[in-house]
Design a protein around this ligand. Structure first.
Ligand code: XIL
Length: 348
């Protein structure tokens, strides 16, 4: 007999999975309904998909995910209003179809900045107004810190930053608050939040923004891990650090890769993965959830970045590393939606 994951942690935090629209039917849908009480879109809500052309919105996939959540009483996260990695081209061109970034005239650059902030505000206005009753948690900006950046505050030198400095972050949070409402919970989402010096730069930015009246409710910790990394102590320190400034914490993109950063061997199927490795993964997952449970006053939600091992963004990495036939196995359900040792480790 299997225990439902969300049920196991109902006194502590919600448990979610990142879904593609095709997850909403068949076996995957059953697994979501049984085990989870929260969902997010893995890609559907990103800008290229939701506003592919200026003023042309594609709500079809997000609507389906929202509908599924309503029917099954699942909490929803929105991921993500702003990201440097996937920006539809129309966002980046000025009124004459020229790349905004390449403009050197200061006056025209200022015009471009205002145009960009207006487009951002419009993007958020349309989306947040539409889903304000349905979606509680919003990843407002994603991955804005880059510890290798040349500026002293280590702000990611993205298209957004080059044109607006940190004004895009302020506009994004203020607009989300305005259109999603007072009850919406607004997150700044980031990876490697466990690591110094990155987490200090993130904290400094958030403190500065908050002092400026920018409404930020919490930190989204992506949490893309590998077996044994990062050390639990670093995770604990990070969560406690951000909570000490009154911030909520959510684990937003959890997965535990079976491969280290330079793996010696890549496996091609579930059947090839040694039982020993799955046990090591289970141990790490078990310890991790024990820590999360200890910190449950500081953590409101935990979301896996996918559902089962048949489908993970890490599988593309494993394929690259192995000339095409590798796969990863980062979740607690295997490629056939059966529970893994890691599942038992986290429900125990
Ligand atoms: C990834 C998706 O999982 C992939 O399917 C997509 O091709 C690229 O984006 N950090 C994030 C997520 O914040 O949005 C990324 O998702 C994974 C890394």
């Amino acid at each position: 007999e299997t225990q439902a994951l969300a049920e196991r942690y109902k006194d502590s935090f919600s448990i979610g999975a990142a879904l593609e629209p095709e997850h909403l039917e068949g076996r995957s849908a059953d697994v979501v309904k049984f085990h989870f009480n929260s969902i997010v879109a893995e890609n559907a809500m990103k800008a290229p998909n939701i506003q592919p052309q200026e003023g042309v919105f594609n709500f079809e996939e997000t609507d389906r995910i929202v509908q599924f959540a309503k029917e099954n009483q699942l909490e929803l996260r929105f991921h993500t209003l702003v990201w440097h990695a996937e920006i539809p081209e129309w966002f980046t061109l000025d009124k004459n179809g020229q790349e905004m970034m390449e403009e050197t005239d200061p006056l025209k650059r200022e015009e471009n900045k205002q145009l960009l902030l207006k487009r951002l505000e419009d993007h958020i206005r349309v989306i947040a107004s539409r889903y304000r009753e349905d979606i509680k948690y919003w990843d407002v900006v994603n991955e804005v810190i880059d510890e290798n950046a040349r500026n002293s505050k280590k702000l990611r030198e993205s298209f957004w930053y080059e044109l607006t400095g940190t004004d895009y972050i302020k506009t994004a949070f203020l607009a989300t608050r305005k259109y999603a409402g007072e009850d919406a919970k607004l997150f700044i989402n980031e990876f490697n939040t466990e690591m110094e010096p990155k987490r200090s730069y993130l904290l400094e930015l958030v403190k500065e923004l908050m002092a400026d009246g920018v409404p930020i409710d919490g930190i989204g910790h992506q949490s893309h891990y590998t077996i044994g990394w990062p050390p639990l102590q670093d995770i604990e320190e990070s969560i406690l650090l951000f909570s000490s400034f009154g911030l909520d914490n959510q684990i937003t993109e959890l997965d535990v890769s079976i491969y280290s950063s330079e793996p010696e061997k890549i496996y091609g199927s579930d059947e090839e993965i040694p039982e020993e490795l799955l046990q090591e993964q289970a141990k790490y997952y078990g310890d991790l959830f024990e820590l999360y449970e200890e910190l449950d006053d500081q953590i409101s939600s935990i979301t896996f970045w996918g559902l089962a091992d048949n489908r993970s963004w890490l599988n593309f990495r494993a394929q690259d590393l192995s000339n095409g036939n590798g796969k990863d196995a980062p979740f607690v359900f295997d490629s056939y939606y059966n529970v893994k040792p890691a599942f038992w480790a986290i429900v125990k």
